[in-house]
Design a protein around this ligand. Structure first.
Ligand code: GLY
Length: 401
């Protein structure tokens, strides 16, 4: 009996070893493909004057100036490749594309400084420990705090502007994406010991939960506030199907943002938001492969585009969330399902195609007719981050392969 028991145990250990080996090999392949794509992109855009973001109508590469919002993702991808292969040339590229973004630490004209600086210098600091990078991040956090108001209790995303419907005016617009800036502030508090940054981040997350999350834990894309009273003036979803719909990337930013807030504060209120948003996403996804349509409420036809960027942000968030709760396996399984889909021919571009972007089939802003069913550099960034998080969680060490 004992011998049979031992045989069964060793068989099942063997099976799980084989499965782990298969996963290692799959992730290794994904990184290899990513490395080849990015290597082509570095050849196409050799100097960091503009940053690759997507492709245009004729399939040409589109790169944007440093003060847009997506530029930090490009060096972020380079850092993830370097972290994986530890090759000096990749480090040099990551350093070059990161350091060229330094002037953006002073940016106070919109809120996207978190994406710009934390995805670039944040990863750079994590991997090199360079003191100068830390100082850049602190200065960026100072710039971001200039956009916080005690009256509204949140950070203004955009300055006063006409709403996207061309009729309303927005005085203090806050978009759900702003949850992604908070890591920058928490980092600044940790390294300076000044709790002011973290307090602003936490207040922003609380205000957003109150005014931007709906009862079913989906969210509005934009909430506009009265600057004098802090009263909510407008709630809209301009990048989604309708004001009351669940725009896929907006849901992804929210689950990622609240997961990060729980990591940084240990406040279970944020964990509960993250879980509720994650459950809502899993409940509402209509596709078999877990890559959502661009909006969870969009009418589905053969033409309805998927949004791979929403999928990769969600996967990365859910891998982290899975480590925070006792029933985390369901989040990990969902993230793994997303990663498997993204790593298939349906979404992972062939080397030489897709202008050096790793993934196909994202959506920037469908209502604006912009970046529909194109690659996007942030889809690539969160895909690499998710692969890395998955690998860390499973104890997969590439150098063992
Ligand atoms: N942060 C802009 C977007 O998600 O499209």
């Amino acid at each position: 009996m004992r011998i049979i028991g031992l045989l069964l145990l060793s068989c099942s250990l063997c099976m799980s070893c084989m499965q782990a080996d298969k996963k290692k090999a799959l992730i290794e392949d994904d990184f290899l493909v990513a490395e080849q794509h990015l290597s082509n992109q570095l050849k196409a855009v050799p100097e960091p004057t503009v940053y690759p973001r997507t492709t245009g109508k004729d399939g040409q590469l589109i790169a944007t100036p440093k003060n847009d919002w997506t530029e930090g993702f490009y060096p972020g991808c380079l850092w993830y490749i370097y972290e994986h292969n530890r090759e000096e040339s990749w480090k040099q590229s990551a350093v070059k594309w990161t350091e060229a973004l330094e002037p953006m630490k002073k940016l106070t004209s919109h809120h996207d400084i978190g994406f710009l600086i934390y995805c670039s210098f944040g990863n750079g600091y994590r991997l090199t420990g360079k003191e100068e990078y830390k100082d850049v991040i602190i200065e960026a956090a100072n710039s971001l705090t200039t956009r916080f108001s005690e009256v509204t209790g949140c950070i203004k995303s955009w300055n006063y502007r006409k709403a996207w419907n061309g009729k309303d005016e927005w005085f203090y617009p806050v978009i759900i994406d702003n949850m992604m800036n908070l890591e920058l502030l928490y980092f600044a508090s940790k390294v300076t010991g000044d709790t002011r940054y973290a307090k602003i981040a936490t207040t922003h997350a609380e205000t957003t939960a109150k005014n931007q999350l709906r009862e079913d834990y989906s969210n509005y894309h934009v909430v506009d506030y009265d600057t004098l009273t802090g009263k909510v003036l407008h709630q809209a979803t301009c990048q989604g199907f309708s004001d009351n719909s669940a725009w896929a990337r907006g849901q992804a930013w929210a689950v990622y943002g609240y997961t990060a807030c729980f990591r940084e504060t240990n406040d279970s209120i944020f964990l509960n938001f993250a879980k509720d948003i994650a459950d809502m996403i899993m409940d509402r996804v209509k596709t078999d492969d877990a890559i959502p349509y661009w909006d969870y409420d969009a009418p589905v036809t053969k033409e309805t585009p998927r949004d791979v960027s929403a999928a990769s942000v969600t996967a990365s968030a859910m891998i982290e969330l899975s480590t925070m709760v006792p029933d985390g396996q369901k989040y990990l399984d969902y993230a793994e399902k997303i990663l498997k889909s993204l790593s298939s021919d349906a979404y992972l571009a062939k080397v030489g195609d897709n202008q050096g972007f790793i993934l196909m089939h994202s959506v920037g802003s469908l209502p604006n007719g912009s970046e529909i069913d194109t690659p996007l550099n942030y889809a690539d960034y969160y895909y690499l981050e998710a692969l890395k998080r998955f690998m860390d969680l499973k104890g997969i060490n590439y150098k063992d392969i």
